[in-house]
Ligand binder design. Sequence first.
Ligand SMILES: CC(C)(COP(=O)(O)OP(=O)(O)OC[C@H]1O[C@@H](n2cnc3c(N)ncnc32)[C@H](O)[C@@H]1OP(=O)(O)O)[C@@H](O)C(=O)NCCC(=O)NCCS
Length: 372
Amino acid sequence: MTEKGLREVVAAATSISDIDGARGRLWYVGYDIHDLAENATYEEVVHLLHTLHLPNRGELDALTDFMVEEREVSRFLREVMPTLAQQTSPMSMLRTSVSAASAYDPDGWDNSAEANERKAYRLIAKTPTLLAMYHRMRTGQEIVPPNPKLPHAASFLAMLLGEEPSQEDADVLDTTFTLYADHTMNASTFTARIIASTLADMFSAITGAIAALKGPLHGGANEEAMKMLEEVGSPERAEAYVADRLERKQKIMGFGHAVYKTMDPRAIVLKKLSKEAGERHDDPRWYEISEAIERTVTEQKGLHANVDFYAASVYHVLGIPTDLMTPIFAIARMAGWTAHVREQYADNRVIRPDSDYVGPRRQSYVPIEERR
Ligand SMILES: CC(C)(COP(=O)(O)OP(=O)(O)OC[C@H]1O[C@@H](n2cnc3c(N)ncnc32)[C@H](O)[C@@H]1OP(=O)(O)O)[C@@H](O)C(=O)NCCC(=O)NCCS
């Protein structure tokens, strides 16, 4: 029988990203994540994941222009947003909005490769606007339209917080988007590829991916990590907190990984960003608590931080509310999800695994009156 959770099962061939879990390495199309985090913009990464090469200046300008044009959302979504802002969690809003966005996509139900390329870039472009709009509405603040002069990440922060971010904050957010952009066959990407493999449309596949990301064992961990930092409150309390949780066999969110057996390479970058951003904002406390927790968890349980752990303190000092941390993961991962959906369509076979039957056999039907 296959190991529970499909570990080690290869579900698809991909040219998009690759992981070496033992050594803690991650590559997008052969480029080391550290190299990309240091040097590439999120827009370049979007191009890389979708076309399998880094863009030249002309290609980058064309992609950026298209995405800037597509940042506005349809009237339909603007009309349903007040209800979603009042009644739903941010991840449920995103899931519902992406599903609803299919109604007004200019390419309609066209499932050609060209239409899917445009749908992919539209989804990447529009989802930050949806999230910012949702947050402004639920907090009774005026909606801030996308700023065509700002890059993708900076425009999102401006729409969310109502003021143009500093270059440093914009750069930090952009780097986190790059780090979250793709991650091989994780649960949400697999979900998207399964849906795409039935030849259902791009919006259906991405709606499913958002649903899979919602759970605390996947994307939800960054929010849980932030709540933990708040609960711990000071670095001195980290040791007792961790010991108590481990004693009660409870998980420490933001630690452990299905693939990495050492520190997640994205967490290495985020740890540095957390320290720098904390100091720059005169709010180093969250980094200090995080660092104390990390040291204790590694000492006591031998577990390493994953991407979600240091993302929490980074987002917090940028002024991002805790319950928007998972949706931000989603808007960044939109690049990878849509690239995987397109890759699935390009060389498709319906994904249909087998199961090991472990229930009873040779049973005979008993009329209901004779059943105990
Ligand atoms: C990511 C995760 C789901 C990977 O799960 P997995 O590969 O199935 O690993 P397992 O759950 O089998 O864990 C193996 C052991 O480590 C323990 N463990 C794993 N992650 C742990 C954590 N975060 N805190 C405490 N113990 C943990 C398990 O309890 C298990 O211990 P045991 O052998 O004594 O039963 C898991 O590490 C986890 O739940 N982490 C917290 C949530 C999180 O941060 N998710 C974001 C992932 S990017």
